[in-house]
Write a protein that binds this ligand. Sequence first.
Ligand code: HEC
Length: 154
Amino acid sequence: MKQKPSVCLRDRIAARAPMFLALMGLALPQVVFAAEDGAMDPRQEAALLERIAPVGKVNTGQAAAAPAAAAAAAPADPAATYKTVCAACHGGGLPTAPKVGDAGQWKARIAKGKDALYTSALNGTPGGMPPRGGSSLDDATIKAVVDYMVAQSQ
Ligand code: HEC
């Protein structure tokens, strides 16, 4: 008499289940640790940070004090703008972004001259600096923030 195919299949799956589970056990930690070791492509990382930036802006801005004024984009305090728009990367969160306050990381960049830094900040760089830090701030505001960052990093 022929065995029912369904029984046969179930037996085969049952026989392989332990091996399948063992493989999952090997693969899962690798996925988890790969995500943790920070070895993300800088551009991917920049895109990710850019995507989450608006959430940070809503949470960390001074909107509570004067939401209308913030929306009107009055000449903002460069320190506050830095904190809201740039600090996620330049505060040490993104290893490839020169950290504000770390003179060693800024020395060679400052040596290029302010105009070069302005251009990088406005247009972005292939190394992961997004144009205007992912914001739509005007030139004068971006330049003021660059001045602030440089002053903090000498
Ligand atoms: C998404 C992350 C990110 C944000 C947000 C960000 N930066 Fe950057 N920035 C970088 C990275 C990465 C570099 C290094 C790029 C390189 O070396 O090409 C960089 C480099 C720079 C430099 C040096 C450029 C040079 O030519 O050496 C300046 C100036 C700068 N950023 C200004 C700003 C300002 C101002 C803001 C906010 C308005 C800002 N950044 C926001 C990631 C970021």
